[in-house]
Design a protein around this ligand. Structure first.
Ligand code: OAD
Length: 291
């Protein structure tokens, strides 16, 4: 058995935050954690890469969509609105499409990748569609892209698969012209959408399969950079067994779930401290992630 939760939380002579991070490091290094760590991520894991999250007041995406004149900010990811007015999503897709803006993985992404290389990570479930986990070297079999990805695309009227590269080119060109998205719509008999999950759409089958398979084995759950406000993803922490240590690393507390350890603040900063307690600085540097 690894150190008990009481010991994790009650190491004297250290400030509360360091005490928690040190205890967490000790816990990770202990044997029960072998391939038993599940990480859940949200947009906060990518903000230091320059990608805004959704709901932070002022800076979040949903506070900055005025130019699209949407009925509600969430309409940008609604199938009904996309059918009526696809321009808005297609324009935004130029900013969101992985690789187009040159966003780089953050320290947090590299840490998740390192957890895998160290043989500790069972799975990372991400809500993010920026592709930065894989760019940080996390193999696709360790990742559940719960809200889909830009890797594949589908015509929403016929259900026909469309090469994602064809859609990417059309998004770059815009509405008009033989390579634009209007021409693509005519070619495939309906609007073409990347397979990212819009509100009201089903999550990929892998989400449900891994939710069923992984959580019974999970001994450490680390939730990073999410407000946990979108279901069914937000239900995942409830799947973890009672014996599992549940840790939140986020700028703000998440009210709907009671974590054993809450490390509030910037996730990269907490991760950096964790890496130093783990003694993994060299490997992180090799991944290009820590000084
Ligand atoms: P949110 O914007 O709802 O939450 C991001 C959380 O990360 C907030 O609690 C922030 O305070 C926190 N945060 C931001 N930057 C941080 C940092 N550097 N360090 C630590 N914490 C930080 O984003 P998500 O929870 O990912 O779904 O949103 C979930 C879903 O809502 C998205 O996948 C998207 C959206 O609608 C769909 O579009 C289907």
């Amino acid at each position: 058995m690894g150190p008990s939760l009481a010991r994790v939380l009650a190491q004297d002579f250290l400030p509360l935050k360091s005490r928690c991070v040190k205890g967490l490091a000790e816990w990770i290094l202990s044997s029960p954690c072998r391939r038993n760590i599940v990480v859940l991520t949200g947009a906060g894991a990518s903000t230091s890469a320059g990608i805004p999250d959704f709901r932070s007041p002022g800076t979040g995406l949903y506070d900055n969509l005025q130019k699209y004149d949407l009925p509600t900010p969430q309409s940008i990811f609604s199938l009904d609105y996309f059918r009526k007015a696809p321009e808005a999503f297609y324009e935004l897709a130029r900013d969101l499409w992985p690789g187009l803006q040159g966003y780089k993985p953050t320290l947090t992404h590299r840490f998740i990748s390192l957890l895998d290389k160290k043989g500790r990570l069972l799975r990372c479930f991400t809500q993010n569609i920026d592709g930065l986990e894989r760019l940080a070297g996390l193999p696709s079999e360790r990742l559940v892209a719960a809200h889909g990805s830009f890797d594949t695309a589908t015509c929403i009227r016929t259900g026909r698969r469309v090469p994602a590269e064809e859609l990417r080119q059309a998004v770059l060109v815009g509405k008009e012209g033989p390579q634009g998205w209007q021409a693509l719509r005519e070619k495939y008999g309906g609007l073409v959408k990347p397979d990212i999950v819009f509100f009201g759409e089903d999550l990929p089958a892998a989400f449900f399969t891994h939710r069923r398979q992984d959580f019974s084995k999970c001994q450490l759950l680390v939730v990073i950079g999410t407000s946990l406000s979108v279901y069914p993803f937000a239900s995942l922490p409830h799947e973890a067994p009672g014996s599992c240590l549940k840790v939140l690393i986020n700028r703000e507390d998440v009210l709907d779930f009671s974590f054993d350890v809450s490390l509030l603040g910037d996730c990269d900063e907490h991760v950096q401290e964790l890496v130093s307690h783990l003694g993994w600085q060299e490997e992180m540097s090799e991944l290009g992630g820590a000084d």
